[in-house]
Design a protein around this ligand. Sequence first.
Ligand code: ZN
Ligand code: ZN
Ligand code: FE
Length: 761
Amino acid sequence: MEVYGAVQGVGFRPFVFRLAEDLDLAGWVINDTRGVFVEVEGPRERLEAFRDRLVVEKPPRSEIHAVEAAWLDPAGFEGFEIRHSDPGGEKTVVVLPDTATCDDCLAEVFDPADRRYRYPFTNCTNCGPRFSIIEAVPYDRPNTTMRIFPMCAECRREYEDPRDRRFHAQPNACPVCGPHLSLVDADGRLLAERDDALEGAAAAVEQGRILALKGLGGFLLIVDARSQAAVVGLRERKARYEKPLALMAADLDGARHLGEVSAEAVALLTGPEAPIVLLPRHPDAGVAEAVAPGNVFLGVMLPYTPLHHLLLRRLGFPVVATSGNLSDEPICIDETEALARLGGIADIFLVHDRPIARHVDDSVVAVVAGAPRPIRRARGYAPLPVRLDGPAPTLLAVGAHLKNTVALSVGERVFLSQHIGDMETVQALGAFERVIADFLGMYEAGPVAVVHDLHPDYASTRWAEGAVAGEGRLGGLPLVAVQHHHAHLASCLAENGGGRALGVTWDGTGYGTDGTVWGGEFLAGDAAGVERVAHLRPFRLPGGDAAVVEPRRSALAALWEVMGERVWDLGDVAAVAGFAAAERAPLGRMLATGFRTPTTTSCGRLFDAVAALGGLPSRVSFEGQAAMLLEHAVDPGVNDAYPLPLVEGSGPMVLDWGPLLEAVLGDMRRGVPVETVAGRFHNALVEGILAVAAAAGEPRVALTGGCFQNRILTERAAARLEGAGFEVLLHRRVPANDGGISLGQIAVASARWGGGKEEIA
Ligand code: ZN
Ligand code: ZN
Ligand code: FE
């Protein structure tokens, strides 16, 4: 917590000390350049009591004007101490994330008597932009993109008045002195300004047109979510055909019309992070089918700046609000770039003159096993650190390939970047390089090594090799390669206090230490090293990654593994019969010879295979889509499971899905509905996990990797394992998917630093 106001020289630190002791909380307090900084640790209720009592019981001569707070990882402090300012000490700058508009500011924006009535850039010390406007630390106005707006006399008075809510609110602004809106067409011609611009944008959305809105951390594309034509038009222009689109509702009531809002979801939607939350969809949600085709969830967020509040209240209906980009490229942040890249997508642009310092996408969170689980970590969360169980050398980790993030360790803290995206476009690589330069600059860090994925062909790996070979600040540094699934496990361990566990690391693909494609691994160990104790039965996958959009190819390949070329005789299996005669010969040759046909243990591809056999689409448009459809198909009443025997031999144990596939085929032939097949398949995986856990003998089991975004798999596996006496570790701070890899890379490289321990036995 940063406490602002008249808090120095008035006995404030001893007061904080006594209050912490009284509530039996650990941590420390220090005077800094802006007030008093406190880190305090303990149970959440007592921390909330601490915050409340801090304000109420403050020393008589002190005045508190604002408290900025963020939730950090537990540090394991013992006792509470008063620290003395040490200008030469370690840089422990915590750059705070962007925070959704607070209730006080919102009330002002909608109060006709207030001088900030309808002002879209209203903020205070309790809310507003931070990470997206900070150009350098310390966080002071001259170091933000707000430096180009000199404060008017009234704003300056607030800024300098210790009794004001805007005391030292760096982005403080008002209609007189601050940023303003403009409405421009796709050719960049000015159409309207200020309130007229907002009105023009709203009218365009009402008419079914596509609006590009310059928001907090980048551009959003907005259309009327009720209009199938508008949503389909957006999908076509954006080349995003089936991936679910996020919605923005005007308020909590609006969100409740769209989906089921649990208590956890309310806390997320209305909290300072205000992410997109996956809500179980209402059958009568009233949005176009094209918003999330075939999906049982809707991704919903609430307005998080006054600009979004003003637009949504004016419209009175939910909108699609999706990243302003083409397909999987990074989000656009400035007007020139937006007009160039989004000119063919958006009809009209609502922009403003406050520069965005860096891209920050909307975060995505699902509530799984009773707690929030991040899927995409950006606005509201980044760049808050995750704390390791001990100090790490300063390391830069460059992440994986898809859903890339990077990480930087400084002391015990690992600063995790915002979501960067799939490293498949020039734009993504550019954003990746900017984020790395940004992090190294912001934390004034001099890494001692660069950590990357073991995969030799990842763009991030190649970049790391180039960087250490070059003349720049990373030139000459050693490289550390970390196996992908070891990084998944280490990531989950790092945010659960370290130690060791059996890692069920299931995802689509990752480069294995034997050069094959892993993805159905059971790795037992810790950050320093693991043993591959078991894996899913391997099979040859013709074309490798080409199969991610063609689930029937995974079905064919898995069946080939079980029955060889007799697979072509399965004329009654649609997924197989669908291959044209001309496709069969080359596929058969690839499977027989292994040419361009990597061996894989991928759980993601096994999901694809079962989905295709179950009659779900034989082609999809994004990785994991078939698996998602299979998850959503599950009949919750199905309690039995397909056979998935655990086979022990000389090497790692193997979960053999051969009998499972035979059983799926049998069920399909008998006309068993796909809902039942999906249920039996999920249950089989759960039983398989339990069998390996029982054989491995590790008391803790971590569920990590992209497959554990699957709510049914995660919740059932966690419940079954806990019922059998295991401690289950799940992600809470970073995604289970590859967005969490950079944290794991730091943890592994740090544990091995100077030790040279063999990574995977
Ligand atoms: Zn505020
Ligand atoms: Zn002003
Ligand atoms: Fe992965």
